[in-house]
Design a protein around this ligand. Structure first.
Ligand SMILES: [Zn+2]
Length: 330
């Protein structure tokens, strides 16, 4: 079920952020273990999430006007009360998103997280499959991923296909992605949240379980595939760019037999290429960034990676191949 959930959150073009607001609301309400959720109850977390994002990013979609977003703006400016906002949200906020939520690439996915009961009981009914996802206890990570994807989409809307996108980069100290030049950089989102969807909660190298929640014992490292000590040696390669970032368990990254500053094997290089191609094909919000940093066409990107590999081998000599901890999942 997590795979279907991720396909909803991670795939496809986004014309508005409602899908993310609904996803976050479902994860919040799911812990109540209550099947029927009336639209008024759904409206509360839904509107709260949208209002919070509107404060950071006034643009929440590609359409020029929305009565629902106007109501959210009115609320944050104190022009209407919270109960007005809930009423407006129940009436206007769910018009398309409830129908569209399970649609991925023009088709409905075969499982449902809720059924539409707006006609019968003025709400939606969460399914057993939805609750199964909760039993596994990974919903904290899923919530982080929704938030990260929402922020990436906002960044893409704000920046457009502009030159700023080329400089989206990761900062080791705070584990966040930033856009823009160093002196005026803008925080985009947590790097872990942005990377975990593709890896499905698994280490890039050994497939062991990882977490993206601060405080969790399995909290992952954000790892530079080509070690960042190469920055001075191979400049202009954007080693802090998303193309070179993966999530790794701490053991594989810096434990016994860990990677440290070794060069990953060619098998791992192929895995990285597959990952980057997947992000590009799935219309990842950082698609343009990836293409600007590594090449417009697939063969260019392949040879870009090979060039980095050759340069890295020349400088660092040793290659590294991890012991697998679990079955490969990507
Ligand atoms: Zn690992």
């Amino acid at each position: 079920m997590e795979a279907y959930w991720r396909s909803i959150i991670l795939f496809g073009r986004n014309v508005a952020s409602y899908k993310f607001a609904l996803a976050k609301s479902l994860l919040e309400l799911g812990s109540r273990e209550q099947e029927l959720i009336r639209l008024e109850d759904l409206a509360q977390p839904f509107a709260r999430n949208v209002c919070r994002h509107l404060e950071r990013h006034p643009k929440q979609g590609t359409s020029p006007s929305s009565k629902f977003l106007d109501a959210c703006r009115d609320f944050t400016q104190g022009k209407i009360t919270e109960s007005d906002l809930i009423g407006q949200t129940a009436k206007l906020g769910f018009v398309n998103v409830i129908d569209a939520f399970h649609v991925v690439n023009q088709g409905e996915i075969p499982k449902r997280f809720f059924v539409d009961e707006r006609k019968q009981s003025a709400g939606i009914r969460l399914t057993d499959d939805f609750f199964k996802m909760f039993e596994k206890g990974h919903t904290g990570d899923l919530g982080e991923e929704v938030e990260a994807r929402w922020r990436l989409v906002e960044a893409a809307w704000n920046l457009g296909v502009s030159r700023n996108l080329v400089s989206i980069h990761h900062d080791d100290k705070v584990n966040e992605l930033f856009a823009g030049p160093n002196n005026r950089r803008i925080s985009v989102t947590s790097s872990r949240g942005a990377l975990n969807g593709y890896q499905r909660g698994r280490c890039f190298y050994c497939f062991d379980r990882i977490s993206i929640l601060t405080g969790d014992a399995r909290l992952s490292d954000v790892d530079h595939f080509f070690p960042h000590i190469l920055k001075a040696e191979i400049p202009n390669s954007h080693l802090d760019g998303i193309w070179n970032l993966v999530l790794a368990c701490k053991d594989r990254n810096r434990g016994h037999d860990g990677k440290f500053a070794k060069v990953p094997s060619t098998r791992l290089l192929a895995r990285l290429h597959t990952r980057n191609e997947f992000l590009i094909e799935s219309h990842h919000p950082l698609r343009e960034t990836l293409m600007r940093q590594t090449g417009t066409r697939e063969n260019e990107r392949k040879s870009f990676l090979q060039t980095q590999y050759n340069q890295a081998r020349e400088k660092l000599i040793h290659t590294w191949q991890p012991i697998l901890r679990s079955e490969p999942v990507f």
